[in-house]
Design a protein around this ligand. Sequence first.
Ligand code: NI
Length: 198
Amino acid sequence: MTDRTRRLVLPLAAFLFGLVALGIAAVLTLTPQGREVAASDVGGPFSLVAHDGRPVTHEDFLGEPHLVFFGFTHCPDVCPTKLFEIAETLDAVKERSGRDVKALFVTVDPERDTPEAMRSYVSSFDDRIVGLTGSPEAVDAVVSAYRAFARKVPLDDGDYTMEHTAIVYIMDEEGRFVAGLNTAQAPEDAASELLSRI
Ligand code: NI
């Protein structure tokens, strides 16, 4: 694949993977005694570093429903689009309900995404978005806990990109997975969908 093809194909692959994963989550939710992973098993404890350099755990975000999204700051397409949609949705939620809902943006590329890199990246979207990074082991653990997917893909120029799950997770105030949020709709509609779930 040429770089150009890669830039087009990888975000699409990540998006399709997200759709499939969402479909699986939906099916598993409907399975009374799921033989495999139940949607209620999505999420869990984590120990990471916030974009201001503070160590944080899942407990720092309990008590309020919130969104979780995996990605990386070098992402050419999917992440900036999603984070923009999330920011628009959070604005619409605020306008509709007065509520400030947080979104956790967890990097799948801790090698490049230092807290400082995360801080400057998320600040260009919305101050309700919290960038989270950590050791490769800590990031792997949270990716697994959310049944997400992330894979390093070398590029022809010696650089690399990441394929990753592009689901926007709605988590409840106890940190349990509620549903995926479709942000690819008008912000008012995404806000209605989110508010109906939290
Ligand atoms: Ni991305």
